[in-house]
Design a protein around this ligand. Structure first.
Ligand code: Z5A
Length: 220
């Protein structure tokens, strides 16, 4: 099997991190996997995220989400470039080498986040973002994207109940609504983006993800 990039997207609190961990465990359960592939597999699963999937990325993540810049706002274009820098490094340092080894890479957020947050959310030019995404990825796209679609307020409440919230989570509700619209638009034009109703229970969502993965693994 050649490596595959599987991305999880959506507004805050949709359960991406939770579902990625469950999917990782399921994929690594070779008995489970062997059942429908009828062979034993030495499978490598890499879990990563944007921003912050590498050591350099962790520094950029801190700057983007939590840095105390004494009341000075990171400006929208600068924010866009910082996400692109994180991605360019992430691709070359971690994602590409993992895919070349044949790993399944589960990535929490990727290029669609930039279109949804910086494009629809912040209102930056979508064409510019697409060009920048292309430069950052070198043309690499996901093999499958799970879009965990949730009502913005429900998602934000889940995150708030968890504790401290970051800079973007503190942004007004209209911003998050625009981000959600961004995902809705993206899904219309991408057959590799699968919408999952993230209001369901953790278990139900994982069942749906596994069902899709079963089919995809056979197809790949
Ligand atoms: N960003 C950007 O602007 N541009 C870009 O290009 C990129 C990113 C790449 C990353 O933050 C931020 O960067 C993000 C976009 C921006 N905005 N913010 N803030 P992050 O990685 O820290 O945040 P996140 O990606 O939104 O993750 P999250 O807030 O941790 O949410 P999640 O991963 O989707 O959910 P979770 O951690 O699995 O679950 C959240 C809580 O809900 C937790 O208490 C769970 O136990 C609970 N949960 C999960 N599933 C369920 C279900 N099904 N029912 C009930 N409760 C549930």
């Amino acid at each position: 099997m050649i490596g595959k990039l599987i991305v999880f997207e959506g507004v805050e609190g949709g359960g991406k991190t939770t579902q990625i961990q469950l999917l990782r465990n399921w994929l690594l359960d070779k008995c489970q996997l062997g059942k429908f592939l009828s062979k034993s597999l030495d499978l490598e699963v890499v879990v990563t995220r944007e921003p912050g999937g590498t050591k350099v990325g962790k520094i950029l993540r801190e700057l983007l989400l939590n840095a105390d810049v004494s009341g000075e706002q990171i400006q929208a274009r600068a924010e866009l470039l910082l996400y692109a820098a994180d991605r360019a490094h992430h691709i070359d340092a971690l994602i590409k080498p993992s895919l070349e080894r044949g790993a399944i890479v589960l990535c929490d957020r990727f290029i669609d986040s930039t279109i949804a947050y910086q494009g629809y959310g912040r209102g930056l030019d979508l064409k510019l973002i697409q060009e920048l995404n292309h430069i950052a990825t070198g043309g690499l796209t996901s093999d499958l994207t799970f879009w965990l679609d949730i009502d913005v307020e429900i998602g934000l409440n889940r995150v708030k109940n968890r504790g401290k919230i970051d800079r973007i989570e503190q942004t007004n509700i209209e911003f998050h609504q625009r981000v959600k619209t961004g995902y809705e638009e993206l899904a219309k034009n991408n057959s590799l983006m699968v919408r999952i109703d993230a209001h369901l229970t953790v278990e139900k969502i994982q069942e749906q993800i596994q069902e899709i993965m079963r089919k995809k693994l056979l197809e790949w």
